[in-house]
Design a binder for this molecule. Structure first.
Ligand SMILES: Nc1ncnc2c1ncn2[C@@H]1O[C@H](COP(=O)(O)OP(=O)(O)OP(=O)(O)O)[C@@H](O)[C@H]1O
Ligand SMILES: [Mg+2]
Length: 370
């Protein structure tokens, strides 16, 4: 990879190298039929303390080449610290970090094949967009012609064609974010580390950028390790998600796995509304959208567990409505219904007795002792 740095483009760069049909994206997320994917990143027993604070409390994980891997967790759970350890800005107190099969635990950041995109972008204000993107290539003494070509392709890739001459302060927030991304991607790192890169954007732009980032990642085939505390963002973009809490990983899985089969109550509650119930000494979760709400007199479908309660709150959220129901046994459950007839439904259920029904295969038992 590095020895090819002076060439115009590498095959890995997907669309950047799109003229040559033989140069497709380097890799795609692994599927079960593929041969075993190579590990881009491997962490073993990685720990980091700041004085008395345990920021990362022993993390093991493997990220495959070309994977979009997300670290998801609440504020202070150790996401940024873990990313900084991978980048080499911090040294672990214990454990081992491998990049592309090489032990880099004591290797300084500039000798690691990673690039980092920070939340605040940190663009150089006095440089044009093109100069910002070219910076890393310039440092590596890539010849001017090759550099300009790669910058041009990177600009095209992030849909900023023709804006290379502008200064960062002449761009919108979303455009600046894309410059930061282009500036990192143009270096073709093995692993791109992104720390809440969309945090400063408004919701609409953030959602657009989520889709674009995911597309760009697929096109270039670079391994992404992406940090966010936004569960929807993690589910939208990732091949796999690691859910962090207090410096530890609670669960790693695909978006469907972590949502449909959370291993712990923490995961269940952090990704979505958890609805934990205890019946016969067993703690289990039933997701709001899996619950059928039956109005008075409505027959219960056979094979479903039915529990009576009363609607305490009706929360209209546009596409759907959330109903907070207090069960006769005392617990609260949230049920969600698509808004086919939102006004009618609100009237029909507000403050009324209802029965909630769900099937056993839509519930999942939480791990004991966690
Ligand atoms: N330089 C530091 N000195 C002391 N404590 C630190 C330092 N950096 C982080 N911490 C502490 O380590 C813990 C993990 O912090 P970290 O920044 O990794 O969390 P995070 O998951 O990225 O949170 P956020 O979502 O708020 O960015 C926190 O308790 C934090 O206060
Ligand atoms: Mg952070």
């Amino acid at each position: 990879m590095r020895e090819r740095a002076a060439q115009e483009l590498s095959p890995k760069m997907g669309r950047l190298g799109a003229e040559d049909p033989a140069k497709g994206p380097r890799s795609v997320p692994p599927t079960s039929g593929d041969p075993a994917p190579k590990a881009a990143l491997k962490l073993q027993g990685v720990r980091k303390n700041y004085g008395q604070v345990v920021a990362v409390a022993g993390v093991d994980l493997v990220v495959d080449e070309g994977e979009f891997f997300t670290l998801l967790g609440p504020s202070g759970s150790g996401k940024t610290t873990l990313l900084r350890l991978i980048a080499g800005f911090e040294r672990p107190d214990a454990g081992r970090i491998e990049l592309g099969g090489r032990d880099v635990t004591s290797v300084p950041p500039y000798l690691r094949d990673t690039n980092t995109v920070f939340q605040d972008y940190a663009l150089f204000p006095h440089m044009s967009v093109a100069e910002n993107i070219a910076y890393g290539l310039r440092v590596k003494h890539i010849p001017r012609q090759a550099r300009e070509k790669r910058v041009q392709r990177a600009l095209d890739m992030v849909r900023l064609t023709g804006l290379g001459h502008r200064r960062p302060n002449q761009l919108s927030g979303g455009q600046r974010q894309r410059v930061a991304l282009a500036r990192a991607v143009v270096n073709e790192p093995e692993v791109l580390l992104l720390d809440e890169p969309l945090g400063a954007l408004d919701l609409k732009l953030r959602q657009e950028m989520q889709i674009e980032l995911k597309q760009i990642q697929k096109e270039v085939g670079i391994t992404f390790v992406y940090v966010t505390h936004d569960q929807e963002e993690a589910l939208t973009m990732s091949d796999r998600v690691a859910i962090m809490s207090s410096g530890q990983i609670e669960q790693i899985g695909s978006p469907v796995e972590v949502y449909e089969r959370p291993a712990t109550e923490f995961v269940a509650g952090f990704i979505g509304i958890s609805n934990v119930l205890v019946r016969d000494g067993v703690r289990f979760v039933v997701r709001p959208e899996k619950i059928r709400m039956l109005a008075e007199g409505e027959a219960a479908p056979s094979g479903m567990t039915v529990e009576p309660g009363e609607v305490e709150e009706v929360i209209y959220v546009g596409m759907s409505t959330r109903y907070v129901v207090r069960l006769e046994r005392g617990e609260h459950l949230v049920a969600v219904r698509q808004n086919m007839d939102a006004l009618g439904d609100a009237e029909r259920f507000e403050g009324r007795p209802v029965r909630l029904a769900w099937t056993a295969n839509h519930t999942f038992v939480l791990d004991k002792g966690r």
